[in-house]
Design a protein. Structure first.
Length: 255
């Protein structure tokens, strides 16, 4: 069931989204060669705590997970696509890092993700990240009243595929509101004109995930959470929480 949010409720979600944006910015600013992933998680925790927000990630345990998630961010490095658990591992020069973060504030959720390179960046990594961001922008542009979920999926997938990247199947965007994951699902590839119609008050987390090697295959790491590319190539992830409104898409997790 899809809950349509009122304008006042979307304003409240904007405040949760603002906290997410601040946490992601703080984590990215702190990231450097030699910094551990646990340190990035602690930085994000401090932002959430200061804002009086909770974390929808911490202790989250969906049906596919054997253990609860132990952190407030997902920190996925190099061949990790999403759901990376922050560890004591320290960042190295040239690492491609994807940080996903959520916040719960006054009963509403926000969810967003960014990718960046620590230290000296390889040109191909910057291209991968830039393409993920362009795919996100295309998906947001398609998130208008009168379109359908398939239009968002097609817009995202077209950008990724035209650049020659793989798109992991079975994982994508989702509805969001009082909980982090709500209906409907938002695939990263699909046929235009298909799926649920977009209506004023729908709020979606749109999140492209791209694999540099061009293949879609991935596997779950031994930690039970991290998804890694099968071919060992690098991956990038970008995400915003977006409200569908009569006046156009409203990005709730913009800084």
């Amino acid at each position: 069931m899809v809950e349509l949010k009122t304008d006042t409720q979307m304003d409240a979600m904007r405040e949760a989204g603002r906290v997410v944006a601040q946490a992601l910015t703080a984590a990215k600013d702190h990231a450097a060669v030699g910094v551990s992933l646990l340190e990035l998680d602690e930085v994000a925790r401090e932002v959430l705590d200061k804002a009086g927000a909770g974390s929808p990630f911490l202790d989250y345990q969906p049906s596919f997970a054997t253990t609860p998630f132990p952190a407030v961010i997902c920190a996925s490095v190099n061949d990790a696509i999403v759901h990376g658990i922050p560890t004591a591992d320290r960042l190295r020069d040239g690492d491609l890092v994807s940080i996903d973060c959520g916040a719960l504030l006054d009963g509403w959720a926000g969810d967003s993700a960014i990718s960046f390179v620590v230290g000296r960046a390889r040109p191909e990594d910057l291209t991968l990240i830039g393409t993920a961001e362009r795919a996100l922008a295309a998906g947001i542009e398609a998130a208008v009243v009168g379109n359908r979920i398939g239009d968002i999926a097609h817009a995202v997938g077209r950008v990724g595929r035209s650049a020659g990247y793989g798109i992991p199947q079975d994982f994508g965007g989702h509805g969001i509101g009082r909980q982090m994951h709500e209906d409907p699902g938002v695939p990263n590839e699909g046929r235009p004109g298909r799926g649920m119609p977009l209506r004023h008050g729908m709020v979606l987390a749109i999140e492209p995930m791209l694999i540099a090697g061009g293949k879609d295959g991935y596997h779950e790491a031994s930690d039970g959470w991290t998804l890694r590319t099968n071919d060992g190539s690098r991956a990038a992830h970008a995400e915003h929480t977006v409200a569908i409104t009569e006046s156009g898409p409203r990005i709730l997790t913009a800084l």
